[in-house]
Design a protein around this ligand. Structure first.
Ligand SMILES: Nc1nc2c(ncn2[C@@H]2O[C@H](COP(=O)(O)OP(=O)(O)OP(=O)(O)O)[C@@H](O)[C@H]2O)c(=O)[nH]1
Ligand SMILES: [Mg+2]
Length: 356
């Protein structure tokens, strides 16, 4: 082969590899939506990659994809699992997921980490800890979602949940790393929220904020095995008492404490019983559907606010930067700078828009 021929061949191979990596050539919103609805996992993976994009030129095609895959009639369950790094969330998800498959479910696992605390090690950990699940035909595991702003990650995760459900997965497990802001938003997209703790370590050590404890439905004292059994029981007892002092959550069901080990499988049956009990109780009281409706509204409000701010920042970037410089230099206060910017980018409310 001549030099020219071999370099052409290399370029063609490179382009082919590039196009298959990006998946650009074949999918349209219509064909991708159809493939997702047919339960094709490569299409689902591609669709999630699409919605993770924040590029403005991708928004129209993404919306088309989401419109075509929108199904409100599927009975699905969304479970959030949160806790400090290393609490055993992925190991628990592997256990729960495999059990759920045995019970006839199709399981999707999504991981959320807007804070970028995730190291290569834990990504690798996800793959090895969810090994059976990752390889099972009735499961779909997406180790880590897009990085970016909290708002962007929240939107992408909500949309990924919708896509998984459209592809026929009826149990969605969302793993959240960290103990801060990310749980607040994941709470807004799941039906049941489980906080995993480790026995023996106090909240100060684990960095669990009271707010996160307040919003969980099940508090799981995990790794209750070997020489941790005693300390796990003490931690469980302390939290059971503390939970009594919290106000009644809007679901009408106070959070419950469960002891479990994913290593021995002990307590996992109890966890299942509690999960099913919550689903049945909330279906009967109507909380299940009310919570979902409230979550859809919250998502719409949040997204509308974000879009408004982003669009105005783009359309009047000069003034925004000017205000930023003033606030940085201390020549303008942050609140008045924000107010000035808003009154500059928005037209004053006219009488026409006022309710009569
Ligand atoms: N003793 C014991 N160890 C466990 C249990 N569950 C998980 N582990 C171990 O805890 C370590 C962390 O487990 P992971 O499942 O990766 O924890 P994680 O919370 O998903 O970690 P990140 O995703 O990095 O936040 C691993 O070494 C597991 O083998 C358990 O029930 N008992
Ligand atoms: Mg993990």
């Amino acid at each position: 082969m001549t030099d020219k021929a071999s370099s052409d061949a290399r370029a063609r191979a490179r382009n082919l590899a590039k196009s298959s990596i990006h998946g650009v050539p074949s999918w349209t919103a219509e064909s991708l939506a159809a493939a997702v609805l047919a339960g094709k996992r490569d299409a689902l993976a591609q669709a999630i990659t699409w919605v993770e994009s924040t590029l403005p030129e991708h928004q129209a095609r993404n919306e088309e994809l989401l419109r075509r895959t929108h199904r409100s009639d599927r009975a699905t369950q969304r479970l959030g699992i949160t806790g400090i790094p290393g609490a055993g969330k992925s190991t628990l998800i592997e256990q729960l997921g495999m059990d759920a498959i045995d019970r006839g479910h199709r399981v999707a696992v999504l991981a959320v980490d807007p804070s970028s605390t995730r190291t290569k090690g834990s990504l690798l950990g996800d793959k090895t800890r969810m090994q059976s699940l990752s390889m099972h035909p009735d499961a779909f595991v997406r180790p880590s979602s897009a990085s970016g702003t909290l708002g962007g990650v929240t939107r992408a995760t909500s949309e990924a949940i919708q896509l998984c459900e459209a592809a026929g997965f009826d149990l969605i497990l969302v793993e959240t790393v960290g103990v801060g802001q990310s749980e607040v938003t994941v709470r807004d997209m799941v039906d049941i929220f489980v906080l995993t703790l480790i026995g023996g370590a106090g909240d100060d050590v684990q960095g669990i904020k009271r707010g996160v404890v307040e919003m969980c439905d099940i508090l799981l004292v995990h790794k209750c095995d070997g020489d941790r059994v005693k300390s796990s029981q003490l931690t469980a007892a302390a939290y059971s008492q503390a939970l009594h002092l919290l106000p009644m959550p809007p679901s009408g069901t106070p959070a419950q404490v469960v002891l479990a080990s994913s290593l021995t499988g002990e307590g996992i049956g109890t966890l299942w019983d509690k999960l099913l009990e919550l689903r049945d109780t909330w279906t009967a009281t109507g909380w299940w559907t009310r919570q979902r409706a409230a979550q859809r509204l919250t998502a719409m409000h949040r997204h509308a606010r974000q879009l408004l701010v982003e669009q105005h920042m783009q359309s009047n970037h000069g003034l925004w930067e000017q205000q930023e410089e003033r606030v940085t230099a201390g020549t303008e206060g942050p609140f008045s700078a924000a107010r000035q910017w808003v009154s500059n980018v928005l037209p004053p409310p006219s009488d026409k828009n006022q309710p009569s």
